[in-house]
Design a protein around this ligand. Sequence first.
Ligand code: ADP
Ligand code: MG
Length: 240
Amino acid sequence: MTELLKTHGLSKTFGGLAAVSGVDLAVEEGEIHCLIGPNGAGKSTLFKLIMGTYPPSAGTITFRGTNVTEERPYQRVKKGLSIKMQTPSIFKELPVRQNIHIALQHHVTKQQLPTEEDRLLGMLELTSDATKAAGALSHGQQQWLEIGMALALKPSLLLMDEPTAGMSPEETFRTGELIQKLNSGGTTILVVEHDMAFVRQIAQRVTVLHFGKVFARGSISEILADPRVAEIYLGKTHDH
Ligand code: ADP
Ligand code: MG
């Protein structure tokens, strides 16, 4: 097993608050790794540290054996890191195909463009909606289009922050299938998720974050069987 991404002692404080605190995380090449934890646990902050949106207060980030802690976000993207943010940033007034076209245009040759567009549209099951304005798609389809735009960069590691937020159970399940399809195609995936049914559907390994620290880690069955993990979920008040 090769470690694609590794963080060591990664920390981020905001004022006096330790949002992320001494996190050691390893993502193996080829896996689907889920990051779970109650609201405010530091999951999104950890993602922003990995992508380089924030500089860490302490610790290191290694990608493919290279220390990228000091690198700018675009340099990390060039190395194969890509993120699907929580809020879609698609161009709603433009056709679906045009959105994919824009995402792809600097990454493939002019000759390859139509083929690559077709391939992505097919994978996202958006072929029959290609000429629709992106804003006319369902909420779930807009999220898939956003995933497609992140994929245009051909990432080796795709980070997804709550990809099923606001989706129907049917859309959530199909998102799980899409993630598994991407993973079979060779993309390593690190996903933040709340929906435990969804985590059960896709996860191979799970890391649990609580108050900015790694609280537990293991296979999905180990995590589901861990009474301490159940407690931090049940012990919290529903705030979203
Ligand atoms: P999660 O994604 O697990 O819900 P976050 O990473 O968004 O958690 O937040 C972790 C903690 O850090 C929370 O207490 C949040 O209020 C705080 N936090 C996140 N971003 C900032 C910021 N830019 N400035 C100050 N505090 C922040
Ligand atoms: Mg978050």
